[in-house]
Structure formats: structure tokens, C-alpha cells
Design a protein around this ligand. Sequence first.
Ligand code: IMP
Length: 207
Amino acid sequence: MNGPVRRIVIATHNTHKTGEFRALLGAGWEVEDLTMHPELPVPVEDGATFEENAGLKARSAAERLGEAVLVVADDSGLEVDHLAGRPGIFSARYAGPGAGDAGNRDKVLQELEGVPAAERGARFRCVLAVARGAEVLACFSGAVEGRLTGAVAGEGGFGYDPIFIPEGHEATFGELPAAVKNGLSHRAKALEKLLEWLEDAELTSPP
Ligand code: IMP
């Protein structure tokens, strides 16, 4: 490992997301999330876009954690062509509050019942906002194209992973090894851009 370990707080309570960031960032980063900061309020995600929601989550945590902490917020979701881009920013709560991942997947599968394979195109999109203090410094996005299955397949990943087959594969993100998902995911692509920017901005250590 080169250089000192750098600290980053991911503004999420979704430990699956945190686990992916940990795997993607590797040993040079100490990755925390909001489950380790129960004192921080959970902001209302009332933005109209992934960018707005990522920005408000990042700012909410960063302004309370202070200037020495680099905060990254992830707002992400599934866009289904046949559903005019839904669930989109409503992915986490598509089937209503408390429905959870299984309820959300079932709702999407029901809405696509009878839709042929060629018309089941979809993509995961991720926007990452990086903030320090009260300021959102930059946003980066990534997407992975694919199609939806007719039924749940696999137990890996989270959210809509068991119904999403990424382009170039014949198995869902729920079936594919985590390393395969992390090699091509929307999150990985956005994070790659963010890391390049961080290196250029020399913001990886406290001021
Ligand atoms: P957020 O936490 O408000 O950004 O909501 C993200 C939601 O989008 C999650 O709860 C999942 O339903 C979905 N989602 C985002 N990224 C992924 C992924 O990598 N795999 C599966 N579902 C995802």
C-alpha cells in the first residue's frame, strides 16, 4: 500500500452500498458510513433528480462532520425503458414505504409482465456527490446498461440486482460474483471519475 490511509464517509445507511465502496476503494481508504454516525440526521430526499438528492445527502452530512472530513453521497436507481424511466429516483421506495427490496422488485416484474425480452431494456444509474464542510464540490455519474429478467435469479447484491442482467452477460447481478459487478457497475464508473478528480484536486487528505 502506498501513502497514508485516507478517510472517507459515505453518506448512506445502506450497508450494501458501503460494502461496494469498500471493495472498490481498496485498502488505502478507511470507509465509514452513517450507521457509524447515528448523531447525524437523515435528510428528506426531496430532490427531483439523482444529482439533487446526492447533493443534499452529501451536504447534510458534510456540514455537520466539518472541514476535515471528505463526504461522498450516492444516489442511484434503476431506469426501465418500458416504464418511461421509472422507478428512477424512487427506486428505494417504489412499492411504498416499508415494502423493501423484494416488494420493489415484484412491482417492477408485475409491471413488465408479458413484455418481450427485446423490450425489457433498463439501466442502473449512480450519481456521486462529494462534499466537504458546507459545500458540494463536484458530482459524477455512471450507468450500466442491461435488461430485466422475468423472475428473480440469485441472492447476491441488493435491491434490483437479482432481476438485472448487465450487457454482455447472461446472468443477473444477483448471480454474478461481486467482483464482476464491481468491474462494470454504475457505482464503479462514477467512483472512477470521482477518484480521478480527487487526485487532480489533491483533496485526499485534510487541509
Ligand atoms: P438511494 O439509497 O436513495 O440512492 O436508493 C437507491 C435504490 O436504488 C436502492 O435502494 C436500490 O433499490 C436501487 N439500487 C441502486 N443501486 C443499486 C445496485 O447496485 N443494485 C441494485 N439496486 C440498486
